[in-house]
Design a protein around this ligand. Sequence first.
Ligand code: PMP
Length: 385
Amino acid sequence: MNSIYASLGDTIFDVMSGLARETGAVNLGQGFTEWDGPEDVRRRAADALITGPNQYPPMRGLPELREAVAEHYGRLQGVAVDWQSEVTITSGATEALAAALLAVLSPGDQVVLCEPMYDSYLPMLRRAGATARIVRLQPPDWRINRQALAAAFTDKTRAVLLNTPLNPSSSLIAADDLALIAEQCVKHDCVAISDEVWEHSVFDGAHHISMLSVPGMRERTIKIGSAGKIFEMTGWKVGFACAAPPLTRAFARAHQFLTFTTPPNLQEAVAFGLGKPATHFDAMRQKLARARDRLAQALAHEGFVTLPAAGTYFMAIDLANSGINLSDTTFATRAVKEAGVATIPFSAFYETPPDSALVRLCFAKSDDTLDRGVDALAKARRLLT
Ligand code: PMP
């Protein structure tokens, strides 16, 4: 086996969901919603499956979906994208991330990225022959330090891989920090691979800022989105990559030999869904923010200290400040086995152990699941303190 994969286990998300299934625990670990996205979008996919066509769509994606992606970002984010030369449809953001890394990197290149980070980044960039230069962010603000960022860039830096809103910290990269990244990218002539899958899950009136819109970055950014996140149907692996024509050409060459294409009925349904009015996405955000607030209040009532959650489906418990003196992994493992609640330890998002003990909870759940999850967490706290 390739040595990079030989040193990896199954992802923490699968491990925790597996344990939750086995033990009957409440699953607040893996990031999926407990509701099944808009019914009209699902009906569209069902109808398209029956009426067809069900043969290979074009390699870069159905034209109507590529047009819908461009229209969606133009209307809701003020980012102008040419659907014909700048949009590629992928099998989820996971494939788009892999294609972007394979398209841009050569052996010996370096990639700058912030920690905590989504768990596919490091193995995939290493598999592409590159090495990582990691800038660690610290709670509760998760801001980028100018000196630390500048020190991570060298003459070998080829790309920066960023994620905003950031999973698992639930923070948004501030406009000032995006400008710092842009300054370094321009200075070192780098590409930004911008994982924006949580772009619609931002709360409290905040607006998502795409790296494509940051001055100096339009020609050097690959913006990655995910229909699974936009429509709260994480099993729908439909992603999009938007980038200037030369980057899109390189990206498409990598994509064509990863998956080549994505099921046509899902593409058609996502094209329809992306045309929904802004009010649809506002309502989704309100529903998520309400769930977030319910979970935060119930946890506070049980004596837990949580970090602010400005975006994503996630909230973090600060274990030490909640009176629990265990590592995040020990807490998560014991909580699922002994108290019946699955969480995700933050250390899964770090190359070397983090400085604080945090566990991630997914709040995109029904009131009943959230309440049962909090009861089980309270039990864990009683058992483990
Ligand atoms: N990037 C981040 C930051 C994510 O949180 C996720 C999903 N949890 C992905 C990428 C993968 O998205 P998809 O399911 O569309 O492959």
